[in-house]
Design a protein around this ligand. Sequence first.
Ligand code: SF4
Ligand code: MG
Length: 334
Amino acid sequence: KDNILQVKDLHVTFSTYGGTVKAVRGVHLHLKKRETLAIVGESGCGKSVTSNAIMRLIPNPPGKITKGQILFKGTDLTKVSEKKMRSIRGVDISMIFQDPMTALNPTLTIGTQLTEGLRQHHKNISRQNAKEKALEMMEIVEIPNAMERFKQYPHQFSGGMRQRIVIAMALICEPELLIADEPTTALDVTIQAQILELFERIQEKTGISIILITHDLGVVAKIADRIAVMYAGKIVETGTKRDIFYHPQHPYTKGLLHSVPRLDLEGETLEPIEGTPPDLFSPPKGCPFTARCPYAMEVCNKVFPVHTKLTKSHEVNCWLQDERAKQTLAEVAK
Ligand code: SF4
Ligand code: MG
């Protein structure tokens, strides 16, 4: 309908000598136009694998999308050819990563790199038009003195400015969806804030939809409309920013919120969540958070909690919120 992206029951595995890692285990997501969805979780929870799967950037082998659908404007990206996918990447869907240097070629001016990106997908565009478009993009990402900067090399830019160039490169073909994987993690805090504000202004100007992958709830608090919390290859809670920050229901979400540094409580020590996520070679049958959860019950260990809809926007996978817990336990015990 009005969803630009809908991910249904996505499963991704990686085969290794040690066995098969079940990195993503039944992820459901949806994203509307002009919306920013943040996928939040610790490293290894499957958030980057999910976003790479959307871009069809899972190296096969060893990786494989074993099940599910990724509907981008109605087209299932798990089914399209690699050739078709190449025409979608960078044009309809773009992705940016943590380290801007890996996305830039140190031997080419940024002007060349910006216009090359455009010319790759628009073979007939004139040199002059490509340059105009590149300068326009530099303006959108707020790089001052675009005319002069156009002729400079990546090393002549600061880290924050380089990330702006990477964003300009990602946006130059006017994609409808931008996936940003830890886009500010390599930057210092002040620059981080500037880049996040830039994302908001870009969204206002272009109407682009954004998926933001991050382990940092501070980043999320700034720009996400909705949040999906991921744990051990599954989404365990989704809601609006308000739902997640003011009414978190999943014990893992609560733990994440507790471990965010709070500026208003200076000197307050953080309480990281104790323990480690489960082994994804043989993930637990039940709730993957059982081993770390202070509220774990018998049923948690045995059966994965299906999602409970708390409000129109807020869903959680936790037996604490599910009145069928007792009945389910009785059924497994039979
Ligand atoms: Fe904790 Fe059980 Fe809820 Fe999992 S389902 S988060 S173990 S209470
Ligand atoms: Mg927004």
